[in-house]
Design a protein around this ligand. Structure first.
Ligand SMILES: [Zn+2]
Length: 77
């Protein structure tokens, strides 16, 4: 797992104040996460991102979208 640094504002934060959001898997995520499920592989799921307290709730609302759809909205704010 990556250390908790907000993927929007790059703030390092305590895991208790923000959280990890899993977006809907797109084709690439499905491929990537299939590989991670194989024995011996460890890694960070490509559809999982850390968000600080400030951005967590906003990101949570968009977790039913794929990451590219969600980031388009999050970054336009
Ligand atoms: Zn943030």
């Amino acid at each position: 797992m990556k250390p908790p640094i907000c993927c929007l504002c790059n703030d390092r934060f305590e895991p208790s104040s923000g959280g990890l959001i899993y977006f809907t898997e797109d084709q690439d995520d499905k491929k990537h996460n299939e590989i991670l499920k194989q024995p011996g592989y460890t890694g960070h799921p490509s559809n999982a991102f850390w968000f600080c307290e400030k951005h967590y709730l906003q990101a949570k609302k968009l977790s039913n979208l794929t990451k590219s759809e969600a980031f388009k909205i999050l970054k336009s704010d």
